[in-house]
Ligand binder design. Structure first.
Ligand code: MTE
Length: 319
């Protein structure tokens, strides 16, 4: 497929240098400062968003099992350095993402399940055990963050969905609304954003559905009201603003895989020794910290997930 508009990380290797990251970060920090002083969303949008009926769930009790080896990324910096292509290709997408209409938010659980379920997000979350977890996130672009997510284990959603015995995968889909999300009017992306996991991955204890961050309901630019957090995989697997979970026997094909299969595969597990076709994955920039560190296998989460891939060594397990 001829990709006319390339993502940031699809630049030639010579441009994907630490210096470029550094300069970009300086530019975006300036932009973030400007945004703090920028106007708030329209009155109509504020009315549509308030009050958030899930606000009482946050801050959630922290599960201390998941620890960081670095400071939590500053909320303001994290909230102004995002990838949310539905709203555009800029990292500073928070203002545009305010157009995301959150309620009603209907989730569909279908495919190979006992019974198709259509449920409002506000109702689903009341059935789930919400907790806080500190997770690292490693983007395929060779930067990383550390985030206090709140949400619930994906395994709880699988339990609720009651998949049939022949279901092997779960396919997730983001909302599709080109009138609301200008990026979806760009015809060269095969919208909607789709991602997939094996059910074994989805039920791994680390696999998390985030509904909050920084002790509050999750901000729109992070993929409100519900997004995936799979910290041992490259960030593009962590699909935002999910509306549908489908249980399937066939392996789902993600949006990025449809667009550029040679560079973005199904498994996309972090591995510093396997370079992206156009740049090294050996180390990463800690956004907001001004430091580069060696990247770790499975982003440091091997103790939880390495067993999932035993016997799959013949597969392309890394992005
Ligand atoms: N999900 C949707 N629907 N749209 C996107 O553009 N970007 C992905 C992922 N999930 C994306 C998405 C990429 S490339 C990354 S690195 C992470 O979201 C970024 O999450 P963050 O903005 O909260 O850091």
């Amino acid at each position: 497929m001829h990709v006319i508009h390339r993502r940031d990380w699809e630049l030639p290797e010579r441009l994907a240098t630490p210096e470029r990251c550094f300069l970009n970060r300086r530019a975006f920090l300036g932009g973030a400062a400007a945004l703090v002083a920028s106007p708030t969303p329209s009155a109509a949008q504020r009315v549509a968003d308030l009050p958030d009926p899930t606000a009482d769930l946050y801050p959630a009790r922290r599960n201390e099992k998941y620890v960081l080896d670095r400071p939590v990324t500053d909320e303001m910096i994290n909230g102004h350095y995002n990838n949310f292509y539905e709203f555009g290709t800029s990292k500073n997408i928070a203002a545009q993402a305010k157009a995301l209409k959150l309620r009603p938010w209907t989730l569909t659980i279908d495919g190979l399940v006992e019974k198709r379920i259509v449920i409002d997000f506000d109702e689903l979350i009341r059935k789930m055990p919400v907790e806080e977890r500190l997770y690292r996130m490693r983007c395929v672009e060779a930067w990383s963050m550390a985030i206090p997510w709140s949400g619930f284990p994906f395994a709880k959603l699988v339990e609720f969905a009651k998949p049939l015995g022949d279901a092997k995968y779960v396919r997730m889909e983001t909302f599709m609304d080109p009138a609301m999300a200008p990026g979806q009017r760009a015809g060269w992306y095969p919208w909607p954003y789709v991602e997939g996991l094996t059910i074994a991955e989805a039920t791994n204890e680390l696999c998390f559905l985030a509904t909050g961050a920084y002790g509050k309901p999750i901000a729109k630019q992070h993929g409100a009201p519900i997004r995936l957090a799979v910290p041992w995989k490259y960030g593009f697997k962590s699909i935002k603003s999910i509306v549908r979970f489908s249980f399937t026997a066939e392996r789902p094909k993600s949006m990025w895989e449809q667009l550029q299969a040679s560079e973005y595969g199904f498994w996309a597990n972090v591995n510093p020794q396997v370079a992206h076709p156009r740049w090294s994955q050996a180390n990463e920039e800690l956004i907001g910290v001004g430091e580069r560190r060696p990247t770790l296998l499975f982003n440091g989460y091997g103790e939880f997930v390495a067993d999932l891939y035993k016997g799959l060594e013949g597969e392309r397990l890394w992005a």
